[in-house]
Design a protein around this ligand. Structure first.
Ligand code: MG
Ligand code: MG
Length: 632
């Protein structure tokens, strides 16, 4: 599964832990090399020589030692001291077994910024490096005092014209300053010593703070990395692509998890973040999704009864039983689109297997999602390529194989072949139970997943790397007990929409949800309808416990949007929330929570593309009042 196109590396500053643990995590994921960050070396109990030997044992190249700051343009005696310091770093590099040192453009107020001086100092440094078989890579920091643009840095390297002096390109420094990537075309590939990669959200803030705290993995932020990487490939660069990510969240996360995310993100960059790349024919394309085929709950029989009591009022019926397992297929929908394409919920009461262990660990909850995909072998190839673990459960001889991978919180994502799904259902669920009932027709609109704040970016990357989904802008939602970060991923025809929610506040409802769940998972399932009033009436008549919304909310709606009093009353009596975007309208209501973990939502989109984020604080406050749903 090796791919020679990109040589992969990561700076040790990117992940958490002690240096030896970081290196082990990096090697285990399969990187070709690692940059050793000086602070990591200073804080380890191992000598540089021992670290070098360890890297060799692990099969990791030491791609660079970094950083060396404030070398050029200094007056005496600071200049002489800087060169002495440089010689000592050369000693360390030789012990580590790397020949490349990163030299940043100077931030020192003592540096005079004279271009000829800079060239002369870097040339002398390169001469000393060359005498010991070493090389220097010069990097323009976005906040460098005099040099803060890679075009300027390249001009200096080119004019110094020393074989031991080359350029370091770092996507953050170039793209945070919006330097056109076309300028990379001027750089000679043999003078580009290493490429450092990071993404970041577009923020309007000082470059240093932005870089130190908001760098993230390619695909997680907003930088136009495809153009940038394309320009580097175009000049014929053959060296390492090295992640250099400073991010507080990653340093709080698990070393192996962040190392794996980084590896995936480099593979994603290699194949094109925003669009498939023609040059990467070996890379399996993103998984093309055709909808959520089913949602599987793990539950005991007693819990299944409680779940049934919420599903029936929404028009679901247990229509079929699995051929050999204690698993029931619930479907919703008879009508215009026919019974061939209903909403499917599967309730798994098996006494063993993954669903059972999921129920034991998490309580009754969603243990798997089935996504309809066009190309199952292609989906598995993409997952393998991104090192997404497959899940294998023993199959009975006559069981229909449905391959799966690990998703959020240890749950599964099944790849259901879109072309043969009807045959799959008929084969796996041959025993019919109740007939489906007529009534308002539902479809799956979105699935909301909740996770620890630390995991949020990791899962965002998981979805955008594996599937043909794009992310929506990030939102902050006010919880009565703290802020929640929310972002959605959607495929092009919006037949697959997931919303991701992460909470930093330990007392927020989202956090309580995670505690009640013992981990990340599906928090709510939203169904779409064309007639939310009819669905609300039918559900209410059949006893769906609804989340009640205070009258104040509706009075405010009236004032805000100038809606007809009849519509306001119709919504108020049904606890329906409202939002508007231009002419587009969104109506939504929620059930109470099932088993304190999962609730249902019904939405009617009248051209509306979002998720009613403006109403989330109202919903959260209403849930906070329902203490039994989300106990402290
Ligand atoms: Mg850098
Ligand atoms: Mg929702």
């Amino acid at each position: 599964m090796t791919n020679p196109a990109f040589k992969t590396s990561i700076a040790t500053v990117s992940i958490s832990g002690t240096l030896d643990a970081k290196l082990q995590a990096i090697a285990a994921v399969g990187y070709d090399g690692a940059e050793v960050f000086e602070n990591d070396l200073l804080s380890t109990h191992l000598s540089a020589r021992e670290i070098g030997a360890m890297m060799a044992d692990l099969g990791l190249a030491c791609t660079m030692f970094q950083p060396f700051r404030d070398l050029d343009g200094l007056p005496e005696p600071q200049r002489a001291r800087a060169f002495d310091r440089l010689e000592r770093k050369f000693d360390v590099m030789q012990e580590l077994g790397t020949d490349l040192l990163l030299v940043c453009s100077s931030c020192s107020p003592l540096s005079d910024g004279n271009r000829e001086r800079t060239i002369a100092d870097l040339t002398e440094a390169a001469e000393r490096a060359a005498a010991r078989g070493l090389r220097l890579g010069y990097e323009a920091l976005a906040w460098g005092r005099h040099v803060h643009d890679h075009r300027e840095a390249w001009g200096i390297v080119r004019d110094a014209d020393h074989p031991a002096l080359g350029l370091v390109l770092d996507s953050f420094h170039s793209l945070s300053r919006q330097i056109p990537s076309s300028s990379i075309g001027d750089i000679r590939p043999e003078k580009l010593f290493i490429v450092q990669v990071a993404d970041a959200p577009m923020l309007d803030m000082d470059h240093l703070g932005w870089s130190r705290h908001f760098r993230c993995m390619p695909g997680q932020g907003d930088f136009p990395l495809d153009d940038w990487a394309g320009a580097i490939r175009k000049i014929g660069y053959q060296g390492y692509w090295s992640l250099e990510i400073f991010n507080d969240r990653f340093r709080a996360g698990s070393a192996s998890g962040v190392a794996l995310d980084g590896y995936r993100s480099l593979r994603l960059l290699e194949g094109g973040i925003a669009r498939p790349s023609v040059s990467a024919a070996a890379l399996p394309p993103r998984v093309k999704t055709a909808g959520v085929e089913f949602i599987e709950f793990a539950a005991s029989h007693e819990e299944a009864e409680n779940l049934a009591a919420m599903l029936r009022p929404l028009g679901f019926r247990p229509t079929a039983r699995h051929r050999s397992k204690d698993v029931t297929r619930w479907t919703q929908g008879v009508g215009t689109q026919g019974v061939d394409d209903p909403v499917n919920i599967v309730i798994n009461c098996e006494p063993e297997g993954l669903a059972h262990s999921f129920d034991v660990v998490h309580g009754a909850s969603v243990c798997a999602l089935g996504l309809a995909v066009d190309d199952v072998p292609g989906a598995l190839a993409r997952a393998d390529f991104l090192r997404v673990p497959r899940f294998n459960q023993p199959l009975a001889p006559d069981e229909w194989p449905i391959p799966s991978v690990r998703g959020v919180g240890g749950s599964l994502i099944y790849f259901v072949d879109a072309a043969t799904r009807a045959a799959m259902w008929a084969h796996e669920f041959p025993t019919t139970l109740e007939d489906p009932v007529p009534g308002p027709r539902l479809a799956i609109d979105h699935v909301a997943q909740t996770m620890q704040y630390e995991e949020f970016l990791s899962w965002l990357l998981f979805y955008v790397a594996l599937f043909d989904v794009a992310k929506t802008p990030q939102l902050d939602i006010a919880d009565p007990m703290g802020l929640i970060q929310s972002q959605a991923v959607e495929n092009a025809d919006r037949s697959v929409r997931f919303t991701l929610n992460g909470s930093l506040a330990t007392q927020s409802l989202t956090s309580r949800f995670i505690q009640n769940y013992f981990g990340a998972g599906v928090q709510h399932i939203a169904f779409a309808t064309d007639d939310i009033m009819a669905v609300a009436d039918a559900a209410h008549a059949q006893g769906l416990p609804r989340l009640s919304i205070p009258r104040n909310y509706f009075d405010d709606l009236e004032a805000r949007w100038g809606l007809e009093p009849d519509l306001i009353d119709a919504m108020a009596t049904r606890d329906i929330l409202y939002d508007r975007d231009g002419e587009a309208e969104y109506l939504q209501f929620y059930s109470r929570a099932f088993a304190r973990r999962v609730f249902f939502e019904v939405v009617e989109r009248r051209g509306y593309a979002g998720y009613g984020a403006v109403n989330a604080p109202i919903r959260l406050a209403a849930q906070a009042r329902h203490k039994p749903d989300f106990p402290d």
